[in-house]
Ligand binder design. Structure first.
Ligand SMILES: [Zn+2]
Length: 335
């Protein structure tokens, strides 16, 4: 039978059918001009598509975070809400919560032949600022493998939250200022919320974190909003905790205690003050997600692509491999 759909990696996850071409989270500026672009979330390695001339879809939150951080306005944009679908030629695309950061989505794509779930970056547990991603039944699952290695089993959220709060309070009791280094988008909002909920410490953030916090608060009701103060031009209160996206080790003030929150803490072998708080699913959560989606085939698109695909085959007993590269030859064959 003649192949009528083409799925693979072409500077992003690429899907072409008789009537539509999609490019999901492109990572290079050179992209198929006819493709419609889907952007799953606002992290910089997923948002280059916003700078293209193509038609693009994402949640409003994703676009707003990108615009605030980059200081530009996105053109050719169509909003899609979580739970909503759009028809693009012979493809029906539905945005689903991915649990990763504010406004992050998976995309469920119904083609004439099958159902494809593209996870983007996913988190499978509830946090103070996001709800866990739910698996969805599909034929083809395209999943991230950022922590797709057995070394990554994250402690419970409560355990990590508890350690971060204790660390900050201990520093304050010693008359020092705790400074926590995190990504500006996602983790920063989570730890600001953590300090808001479980301490009475004023939270001071840098300008980059403040930009994302502003968008976060635009999309939340009163009780979910973050309470924080901006660092620049501000007289710091004597006792406070700082949340910053500046590089770890860049703070040279005295009388501070620095820490950071990252999933890599599990294997980085760093000293105190490094907390395994991640916005991604760990290895075991990824496997559970795959099992619950009961796909016929799995493609891994980032992280431990090769080795994770082998683990999936062995442990979930489903066909799995790194997402294949779409060659120009195959594209021509298809046309
Ligand atoms: Zn991400």
């Amino acid at each position: 039978m003649r192949k009528t759909e083409n799925l693979g990696w072409l500077g992003g996850v690429y899907l072409a059918t008789k009537e539509a071409k999609l490019l999901l989270d492109p990572v290079t500026a050179k992209m198929d001009e006819d493709a419609c672009i889907l952007i799953s979330h606002a992290h910089a390695d997923h948002t280059i598509g916003f700078t293209s001339r193509n038609i693009k879809y994402s949640t409003i939150e994703t676009k707003r975070v990108f615009e605030e951080l980059r200081g530009i306005r996105v053109k050719g944009f169509h909003p899609i809400r979580i739970g909503e679908s759009v028809q693009l030629g012979d493809l029906k695309v539905k945005a689903l919560n991915s649990g990763h950061i504010l406004g992050s989505t998976q995309f469920l794509i119904e083609t004439p032949e099958k159902t494809i779930l593209y996870t983007g970056d996913i988190n499978c547990v509830d946090t103070l600022t996001t709800e866990a991603a739910d698996p969805v039944k599909c034929d083809t699952l395209i999943i991230e493998g950022t922590y797709g290695d057995p070394a990554y089993r994250f402690p419970s959220r409560e355990t990590v939250y508890n350690k971060i709060v204790k660390w900050a309070v201990k520093a304050v009791k010693k008359g020092r200022t705790p400074i926590l280094h995190v990504y500006a988008t996602g983790k920063a909002q989570e730890v600001v919320k953590l300090f808001n909920e479980y301490t009475i410490l004023p939270v001071v953030v840098d300008s980059r974190v403040a930009l994302v916090n502003k968008v976060f608060n635009e999309h939340k009701n009163d009780e979910s909003r973050l309470r924080y103060l901006k660092f620049e031009g501000f007289d710091e209160p004597n006792v406070h905790v700082e949340v910053t996206a500046k590089p770890y080790g860049s703070v040279s003030r005295s009388n501070v205690v620095v820490g950071r929150a990252t999933g890599w803490a599990l294997t980085d072998r760093v000293s105190d003050g490094c907390f395994p708080l991640s916005s991604h699913a760990d290895f075991y959560q990824l496997l559970a997600f795959i099992e619950a989606s009961s796909p016929k085939e799995v493609y891994v698109f980032t992280g431990f692509t090769d080795s994770f695909a082998k683990y999936i085959k062995r442990m979930v007993k489903v066909e799995a491999k790194p997402i294949p590269i779409v060659t120009q030859r195959r594209l021509l064959d298809f046309k």
